[in-house]
Design a binder for this molecule. Structure first.
Ligand SMILES: [Zn+2]
Length: 146
């Protein structure tokens, strides 16, 4: 085929069509990712940000990351300790030097998250310190560093 008005032959047209198809493909990809593009790029740069939940001490623990001085750190104000049986929030409890999580709803008791005299001022602060160490250890196991 020859298109006299456009002054192009069919192989040139094929190249142009291919270029248009490739451009459309990229526009569609960008469109689909548009809302989550920032999140997508962020998680490529900081893969640990996708890690926000794990099973520790038989309990479901969820947390969020917060940017502090350009670094993402575990946000101590946004930690959830969830009962694996009834989904209620767990509280920190201690018996002597044994520290564990407890469900006031179904009486679930976790395995101990800490044993010994507190290094932090309170049991809750001790829990957060231990959790940070556990999360860091899991990230290192997965080859993810800050
Ligand atoms: Zn429970």
């Amino acid at each position: 085929m020859y298109f006299p008005l456009l002054q192009i032959n069919s192989s040139e047209l094929n190249v142009i069509l291919m270029a248009i198809i490739i451009l459309l493909f990229f526009f569609i990809v960008i469109f689909l990712y548009n809302n989550s593009l920032a999140d997508f790029v962020r998680s490529l740069r900081y893969p640990k940000l996708d890690y926000e939940e794990d099973l520790f001490w038989n309990s479901i623990i969820r947390w969020k990351w917060v940017k502090v001085n350009g670094q993402y750190e575990l946000d101590e104000t946004r930690i959830e300790k969830i009962c694996p049986r009834c989904q209620h929030n767990l509280i920190t409890q201690q018996q002597g030097d044994i520290h564990f999580l407890f469900c006031e709803s179904c009486r679930f008791i976790s395995t101990e998250y800490y044993e010994g005299p507190l290094k932090e001022p309170t049991a809750d602060q001790q829990f957060r310190a231990v959790l940070k160490e556990e999360v860091s250890a899991e990230l290192r196991k997965s080859g993810i560093y800050d």
